[in-house]
Design a protein around this ligand. Sequence first.
Ligand SMILES: O=C(O)C(=O)C[C@]1(C(=O)O)C=C[C@@H](O)C=C1
Length: 387
Amino acid sequence: MIKIGYLGPKGTYTEKAAEKYFTGIDKEMRAYRTLPELFSAVKSGEIDKAVAPIENSVEGSVNQTLDLLAQEKGVAIQGEIILTIKHALMAKPGVKVNEITKVISHGQALAQCSRFLETFLPDAALVEAVSTAEAAVQIVNSDQPWAVIGNPDIGEIYSLNILEYDIQNCTANRTRFVILGQSGQPITNANKTSILISITDRPGGLYQVLKEFALVNINLTKIESRPAKNKLGNYIFFIDFMGNPADGLVEKCLNRVREMTAEFRILGIYKGAETAYSYSVEKSVLNLEQVREDIDIIDRQIVELLAMRTQLVKIIADLKGAHQKIRDRKREEQILERLTAEARKKGVSPKLIKELYNLLFTHFVGLQKIRRQRGKAYRQVSTKQLP
Ligand SMILES: O=C(O)C(=O)C[C@]1(C(=O)O)C=C[C@@H](O)C=C1
């Protein structure tokens, strides 16, 4: 029998998600009051698996779950499940909608029903609880005309009356829950990976990372930033994508990302709940159109990088001023030596690199000469214009 923990108390959507994910499995369900308690329980081995909400289609990420994933290194994502959320307004028997003075629920549930609350209960106080079921417990223990918003099952569990069904702002209200376990347990049929990265502060840092995924045609399903909590302005990024690092292409892509990031961690490799777009190496290898699309992406990148190089050479030209020699053969030799060695390592022809770079050097020397000439002409014109 496996022990499964969830964000309780009984009746939460998370319990529903856990029941559904582990249907037909001999299990003992344990409710935890808070997400930190749930995470420590799975980390210590007190429970085998934990289920926690991570993202809602209306309200976005559950920040506390993301922060705990970042903090708790011994906990990994091992699966996920998506539930359609339908909220109900519930109160103790006898309480009518127009008598309600306070509505208690999880912050996300209150936000997801904001339109109903503004229209039908504009004067009621809105109070947040750690979970929807915890809010129900508060209602049960009070003799005030208060109400709770949550999963209609709560009504039955806590003997509350359902006053209104389906009160959420959007009908397509869905929540994704993650299944957590201790790190290092392999998952079969895994086709999705979640990683955490932090990027050193430099222009284009995040772009360079995302580019690596685009180049090998990996579909990112989510990217979210959270404060790194060490310095204002420092962020960590959570990235989910379709693919498994057991795939050579995915592994190479992640190795490159690891090299260019200050922090890199795999949060989980698991079976995705939805596989609308599934990544396949075979597809990109066998399909001519697909390979050409990949080449088009790379060619665009090459032009973009050349544009950046051009800007830098222009800065060099201005730094050299009017008298320093433009051509620097020693520097060219150093560049060629480094790049041909790197090319050899990566299976690129060193001859190609030599030819390509000799062409680039000639071009960039020419560009600097023209710039110097223009500068001279400009200085002459400006002098003439001087009184
Ligand atoms: O580094 C320099 O001094 C440059 O002018 C740039 C650059 C280059 O394109 O990398 C161009 C010409 C020089 O001969 C050497 C290098």
